[in-house]
Design a binder for this molecule. Sequence first.
Ligand SMILES: NC(=O)c1ccc[n+]([C@@H]2O[C@H](COP(=O)([O-])OP(=O)(O)OC[C@H]3O[C@@H](n4cnc5c(N)ncnc54)[C@H](O)[C@@H]3O)[C@@H](O)[C@H]2O)c1
Length: 243
Amino acid sequence: MDLIEKVVIVTGAASGIGRASARMIAEAGASAVVLVDMDAAGLTETAKDIMAETRQITCDVTDPLALEALYKTVTDRFDRLDVVFNNAGIVSGPPPFPDTDLERIRRVVDIDLTSVIQSSALAIQYMRTNGGGVIINTASTGGLNPYLSDAPYAASKAGVIMFSRSCAELHEQYGIRVNAVCPGVTETPILDKTGGGTRPEWLGPIMEHIKALSPEDIGQTVLDIIKDDNMAGEFVVVQNEPR
Ligand SMILES: NC(=O)c1ccc[n+]([C@@H]2O[C@H](COP(=O)([O-])OP(=O)(O)OC[C@H]3O[C@@H](n4cnc5c(N)ncnc54)[C@H](O)[C@@H]3O)[C@@H](O)[C@H]2O)c1
């Protein structure tokens, strides 16, 4: 799909990968980018860099009614929806698993997996009667490799990969392409949240051997997935290069 004159929703757009991707999607020609996040100030900051029409929607993606309202607002306003990038996400942070608080485990699964499924379902319900579209879900290399200290995150991201793969048939049925992107370690504020405000100790030795990706590296992969009309039910790994 080419992005000229397209309408795109990006969640987690107030920071990191979502912010960079929203900007790059606008630069690629989208007519409107709907920026979604809980962080209103961050959304305003993101919108400053975007030349296309933007709409900032401050909501918690785990609130089912808020997500339904988001889709209604967008489709009523623009009368089209071409691309959804389900990207909002969190890590468990300290203490590491198995000492993670149950409420925090629920929150991680809710944001990182359940909201991705609900948002995709709402997008598919619209796209299947409106000419198809593209959905990209942010997973992680953590969803492919065992990761004990944040096993709830790894399990959620593995779920995102299998969910996206399970949607492959929608391409043939309705022209809807659902795919996942699996970033390696990417330089964004989430790295500090992993350690609860500082970088976790375990990241230090890893970073001695690899170069962190930039949010733009992931944004470029998102653009590549949008452009590739044959890609459906796949996951694309963005690997860190060795130092
Ligand atoms: N940075 C990395 O190394 C890395 C690696 C693999 C995957 N990821 C994934 O990439 C995605 C983006 O993360 P990032 O690295 O840009 O981190 P980030 O912390 O910079 O951005 C995440 C954004 O999601 C928003 N968000 C969190 N919970 C939300 C909710 N309930 N409702 C609405 N918005 C919410 C945050 O406010 C924030 O703006 C996440 O899904 C993350 O798991 C990141």
